[in-house]
Design a binder for this molecule. Structure first.
Ligand SMILES: [Zn+2]
Ligand SMILES: [Zn+2]
Length: 70
């Protein structure tokens, strides 16, 4: 189980490492570089599935998006 993810900010392209919660979905995060509040796109599972280098733990377990049907 991978619980560390590198998020890439869609606004400025900066990367930051974040610890993924194992049983909740996170829908926004604050970019440390440009201070933008990055939100999940419509229909996407969470910020890690959208902007991370690994999908969230829930998705890793069940093998598909945890919050929205494919
Ligand atoms: Zn940024
Ligand atoms: Zn997810």
């Amino acid at each position: 189980m991978i619980t560390d993810s590198i998020l890439t900010c869609p606004e400025c392209g900066a990367s930051q490492q974040e610890q993924m919660p194992e049983n909740t979905c996170q829908f926004s995060y604050r970019c440390n570089a440009c201070k933008a509040l990055v939100k999940t796109k419509q229909g996407e599972c969470c910020i890690y599935c959208c902007y991370g280098d690994y999908p969230c733990p829930q998705t890793q377990i069940i093998g598909s998006s945890c919050c929205s049907p494919d």
